[in-house]
Design a protein around this ligand. Sequence first.
Ligand SMILES: CC(C)(COP(=O)(O)OP(=O)(O)OC[C@H]1O[C@@H](n2cnc3c(N)ncnc32)[C@H](O)[C@@H]1OP(=O)(O)O)[C@@H](O)C(=O)NCCC(=O)NCCS
Length: 382
Amino acid sequence: MNNITSEMTTAVLTGTGHSIPPYAVSNEELVTSFNQYVTTYNKEHQEAIRRGEKEALPESSVEFIVKASGIHNRYFLDKTGILDPTRMCPHIPFRTPEEPSIQAEVAVKAAQEAIRIAGKTPGEFDMVISACSTTQRNYPAISIEVQKILGIAGAAFDMNVACSSATFAVQLAVDSIRGGHAKAVLVVNPEVMGGNLNFRDRESHFIFGEACTAMVIERKVNLTAPSPHAFLIQGTRLLTDFSNNIRNEFGCLTPTYPKDIAQKSQFFTQNGKKVFKEVTPLAASLIQNHLEAHHLTPKDIKRFWLHQANLHMNTLIIRKLLEREGTSEEAPIVLDRFANTGACGSVLAFHFHHTDFKPGELGLLSSFGAGYSVGSVILEKV
Ligand SMILES: CC(C)(COP(=O)(O)OP(=O)(O)OC[C@H]1O[C@@H](n2cnc3c(N)ncnc32)[C@H](O)[C@@H]1OP(=O)(O)O)[C@@H](O)C(=O)NCCC(=O)NCCS
């Protein structure tokens, strides 16, 4: 392959962007609201609890959340509805089809930053992929709405591989460039989590936060000037392994379910302990194997931008890879501020921690989550 042909089929990440919703919710606020709900529930059911017909609900605690997860804070599009112990669900006013959808709106904000950082204009793109774990509607695709708002030609589609959606979308974008189907791809990850997080569930009420990230992936031949943000995508690797340990049942059959099951269906559920035990080695071995396939070792990697679900998972993965404790430079953590933002986690870690790379230095972006699904992307600073 001559140089020009290779530069036309080699993909480069040239810009990332983000948008964070306006309302910060601390652990203290979340726990106060949850414990008010528990007090009211236990009072209302005190007779049944005394007779042994119902179990008293236990309180949540800030200390547990910090110790078990490393999360201190998260952001949502609304907090009054979430923190109201009689509601515990965000207030998101319904929008008519004539108005931009919430997901498209947050995606456009993140996309505008990524497009600006990449030094491009919307007219230069020919593909949009919306990749995330939450879907506001089944169709028309959110990506097509984003495409229309930004004025992008070509094709757009939505995909969902839960928290791994972003890395899976990177592989699709790279393959589309390699196959000649696209010249510049916009990937957006509009995670709107507040609607399917069960704020009455002690095990999971603290886990998620909302965010949107965006990535510009384009042909290397498009690069005209040096940029602190441009990284060659050296390789991608994906893996899935079916598990029921993280589920969200909500879908087109929900209206056919018995009322109580339909009600529960809208929520994220997980067996957190099993997820922790099973996904941690899965992610570490995929990364290790991916690096080996590129004749690299973890020691060749300057930084790991890992999925942001649980601080201890990331610590363990890095310890497995480096055979020692990692530093915050080697594996930056953003989940303390943002909680688990689904597909956005590793992209947010990259977005805030990449401008110190010198040409030739390597980094690795990795996601892991429901499915199970794991993705790895090797990036080389150009
Ligand atoms: C969810 C997670 C933080 C829970 O941490 P954990 O250490 O596994 O906690 P457990 O659920 O085993 O609970 C431990 C104890 O804390 C208690 N507990 C659970 N939630 C609590 C809360 N909010 N407040 C206080 N105590 C709580 C439990 O009742 C249990 O008490 P016990 O030991 O007396 O039975 C952790 O399992 C995790 O992050 N797993 C991975 C999740 C993940 O990555 N999911 C992917 C989504 S993409």
